[in-house]
Design a protein around this ligand. Structure first.
Ligand code: UDP
Length: 529
């Protein structure tokens, strides 16, 4: 099929629901449609016109359905989380521009009629059990879908902002090794989970699009000179007043240099407990929020919410993002928000992606309790000139290329080993004791690629790496393949679902499948897919 150069079909697909969430999604798609269409034309020109198959795709954001949905909807206009909606909006625009045929539903009842006609557990891909080639949903939706159509799991892609590591996903292992959480244990292929940021290479990085600085309609890449129009103001990141608790000293220190603005939701008839020097606009529409960022010099993180889209948008509008460092890092062991989330990640700051993938001069990570450091940082920031910046992977073109790559190459139906990325991309690294493959590859500026594990899960690989094994065991163990110097024990992985980039142990040296990636686009190796 040809790529679509209009989004008009999408407005019909999303429907006329006046719910706050659907309204947010639609207005975001509308506002960004010109960017999407332009990006669609660009990647159409750059690809060698190989026709891709037009797929029937169902989008079912379970978080917007049923009683969970009612609660979510009620929070949209009260400072509740909007990151998921950003992602659903961008995914639907992206798939439409790629030329696929979309169905969008947030109703459990409609879901039954959409897929209920042909219930079945047909074996894939010979006997398609469904009217859809591909289904995007989330953890809530997974439960609804299971009720309606059984376990045709191969067709699912799960939008999962924070990610799910293999140990939490594989039910019997999660159960017997203490990795059981509310969310995990579905036994999918870990790459079926799609994250908001490239959190863990064990999952697919879906991402979203950060709105870039406004471009003049005329000139191709002529940026409005955003940087020149910066006022001496800071916008604080925090839509709800609980996010501000205990932060007044920090905010006051920043307020010595900059006028402080906020967008805190203001319940009618309630008093807000914000310090009086703060100019609160109340929760803004996304458009007005971006306008405010365009004027601001600094976007200030309070430590919560974690890993959202707003700091990326701020940096794209030429702001510097100032955020707290977490030492010790936050994780599911010590933090209520991450408790029960199926990840062992250690969160070193409010926005580790901004810290690690973007960094200075756009991102400054500070100790929030050290007022001297904060004052010095703010003084330096005020003198620092920065240009608006957007990582390539968070642009429309970047998302189109990535999602097209996934749709073309990822095959969760196949019982055989994955064939993408190709073996020639593999760079085998032997990790030191106590290091995960995620870290081992990252330290060499590479990425751990779980789809390449099977190439190094062989007895020969140990000798190729100069390791003499006294024994070679096959085990169900998420650290395998690995080498233990005590007793020179070599271990191979018996369960493909437990191939895991995450995971480390002081007595194991892991065998790691690393690969290179495009600059600014970690998901891809080659620009043409
Ligand atoms: N946002 C908004 N109005 C505001 C503040 C933020 O529409 O007053 C938008 C912002 O543009 C971003 C989205 O809210 O795209 C989600 O922001 P955040 O990073 O806070 O993530 P969340 O925790 O809501 O998922």
């Amino acid at each position: 099929t040809d790529m679509c150069v209009t989004l008009s079909s999408l407005y019909e697909v999303i429907g006329n629901s006046s719910s706050p969430a659907v309204t947010f999604i639609k207005s975001r798609v509308r506002r960004m449609s010109a960017h999407w269409i332009k990006a669609g034309l660009r990647i159409k020109q750059s690809s060698n016109n190989t026709a891709s198959t037009k797929l029937k795709v169902l989008l079912y954001p379970g978080a917007l359905a049923g009683s969970v949905g009612q609660h979510f909807e009620s929070m949209v206009e009260r400072g509740g989380p909007l990151g998921e909606l950003v992602q659903w909006a961008d995914l639907s625009a992206c798939l439409t521009v790629l030329g696929h045929s979309l169905t969008f539903s947030t109703s459990q009842r409609q879901l039954r009629s959409l897929i209920g006609a042909a219930p079945g557990r047909g074996s894939c891909p010979i006997q398609r059990p469904l009217t859809f080639d591909l289904i995007y949903t989330d953890y809530h939706g997974l439960a609804h879908l299971q009720g309606s159509m059984g376990l045709a799991f191969q067709y699912y892609q799960i939008l999962d902002s924070f990610g799910t590591e293999p140990v939490f996903n594989f039910p019997s292992y999660a159960h017997s090794h203490g990795y059981k959480t509310l969310w995990g244990s579905w036994g999918l292929q870990p790459l079926q989970y799609m994250t908001m940021f490239p959190h863990t290479p064990d999952n697919s990085f879906l991402g979203f699009v950060s709105e870039e600085a406004v471009r003049k309609d005329s000139g191709e890449d002529e940026l409005e000179s955003v940087g020149d129009r910066k006022d001496r103001i800071a916008v604080v990141y925090g839509k709800q007043d609980h996010m501000w608790q205990g932060k007044s000293e920090y905010v006051t220190a920043i307020g010595e240099e900059l006028e402080i603005h906020a967008t805190v939701y203001w319940p009618p008839g309630h008093n807000l407990s914000l310090p009086s020097f703060i100019k609160n606009h109340g929760l803004l529409s996304q458009e007005d929020f971006l306008k405010l960022l365009r004027k601001a010099k600094v976007f200030v993180g309070l430590g919560f919410p974690y890993e959202g889209p707003a700091p990326i948008e701020a940096i794209a509008q030429g702001c510097i993002f100032l955020q707290p460092r977490f030492d010790p890092p936050h994780s599911s062991d010590n933090n209520d928000f991450y408790k029960g989330k199926p990840t062992t990640r250690q969160i070193t700051s409010q926005h580790p992606y901004a810290e690690q993938f973007i960094g200075k001069p756009h991102v400054w990570t500070v100790d929030m309790t050290n007022m001297t450091d904060i004052r010095e940082a703010v003084k330096a920031i005020v003198k620092t000139e920065v240009k608006p910046f957007t990582p390539q992977e968070l642009t429309c073109v970047g998302m189109l290329e990535r999602v097209r790559g996934y749709i073309t190459h990822q095959d969760f139906c196949s019982k055989s080993v994955p064939t993408w990325p190709p073996e020639k991309a593999l760079k085998v690294h032997l990790g030191p004791l106590g290091q995960s493959c995620t870290n081992v590859c990252q330290r060499s500026s590479l990425l751990c690629e779980p789809a390449l594990f099977h190439h190094l899960n062989t007895p020969n690989m140990f000798s190729r790496l100069g390791l003499g094994c006294s024994s070679i065991a096959q085990e169900v163990n998420h650290l395998f393949p690995s080498y233990s110097p005590w007793g020179r024990r070599c271990g191979l992985q018996q369960e493909p679902l437990l191939f895991s980039c995450a995971g480390s142990d002081p007595s194991h040296r892991r065998l790691c499948p690393c690969r290179a990636h495009l600059p600014g686009q970690v998901a891809l190796i080659f620009s043409k897919t």
